[in-house]
Design a protein around this ligand. Structure first.
Ligand code: ADP
Length: 265
């Protein structure tokens, strides 16, 4: 649906002739709608943990006032809920900062292999906690490209954290880096494969939308904000890259980052 704003101006003095100008307002309307949706979703997501905290405070002040075991349990739940709100705020700030950032400056070189290695190092404890084994298969070719180090670090952190979160305990996560110099699409690919619950076909195009979380037992039981993949998509678009997702429910998923190298200076 397209929306136009029309303005009429007379040509010269006392003339009967008018010029009608049409300005396409569709993009502005679309952005307004997206902003309103974002605020509605964000408020809803914040209300849920807040309502839970308020409920537990009321119980602690009333029926559970003299029950030390309930105190312990409810305080733990309240702590988890504040953690969830803090995560949500962090992700929302990341996203809004990204949106306000100017276009990327060309020419800053980053090494994708190095970035992936340092993310893997930082996630070791999380992977070990779930008994996950991370297997790496990295190309020997150079993996440098123009980009923003911190933004790309966040891309691989979000994807690898998801693989640890949703991957099946005791199973493998396979991280593969390949690079190709052949035209027409010289570039680097990083694939993160897990053997978790997988994603049904109808959800695949939607998981990169803001706040979209799949409503299954396994995925809902994991902590999250539904913003991680939206952030990944946003950053990759800024780098003229993209994310592709292959998944088979019950078998696992592969998230692949495609980054061009043609923007190398
Ligand atoms: P979240 O904070 O909920 O993990 P994301 O934006 O990172 O948010 O992911 C959106 C949703 O996509 C998740 O809630 C989950 O349902 C699904 N998802 C993401 N990664 C995986 C994965 N590796 N395996 C299965 N489902 C996934």
């Amino acid at each position: 649906e397209r929306v136009y704003q029309a303005t009429a101006s007379a040509i010269g003095h006392g003339s009967q002739l008018y010029v009608l100008m049409f300005k396409d307002q569709s993009e502005a309307r679309r952005i307004d709608r997206m902003r309103a949706d974002f605020i509605a979703n964000a408020s809803h997501e914040m209300r849920t943990p807040l309502a839970s905290i308020a409920g537990f405070i009321e119980t602690l002040q009333g029926p559970a006032r003299n029950d030390p075991a309930a105190h312990e349990q409810f305080l733990q739940i309240m702590q988890n809920q504040t953690g969830r709100m803090a995560g949500l705020i962090d992700d929302m700030l990341s996203l809004s900062r990204l949106e306000m950032k100017p276009n990327l400056k060309p020419g800053t070189l980053v090494d994708i292999k190095q970035i992936v290695k340092s993310v893997l190092n930082s996630l070791k404890p999380l992977a070990e906690e779930s008994g996950l084994v991370i297997e790496c298969d990295f190309t020997d070719s150079p993996t440098q490209t123009a980009g923003d180090h911190d933004e790309l670090y966040q891309v691989f952190q979000n994807l690898l954290e998801n693989a640890c979160k949703y991957g099946r305990d005791g199973e493998r996560i396979i991280v593969t880096i390949t690079s190709s110099n052949t035209p027409p699409h010289p570039g680097i690919e990083v694939a993160v494969r897990d053997f978790g619950p997988g994603i049904a076909e109808e959800h695949i195009p939607r998981v990169t939308e803001r706040f979209y979380r799949i409503d299954t037992q396994t995925t809902q039981s994991r902590k999250g904000t539904g913003l991680g993949l939206a952030i990944v998509k946003h950053i990759l678009t800024r780098h003229q890259g993209r994310l592709s997702i292959q998944s088979e429910p019950g078998k696992g998923s592969t998230f692949t980052v495609h980054l061009p190298t043609k923007n190398l200076c």
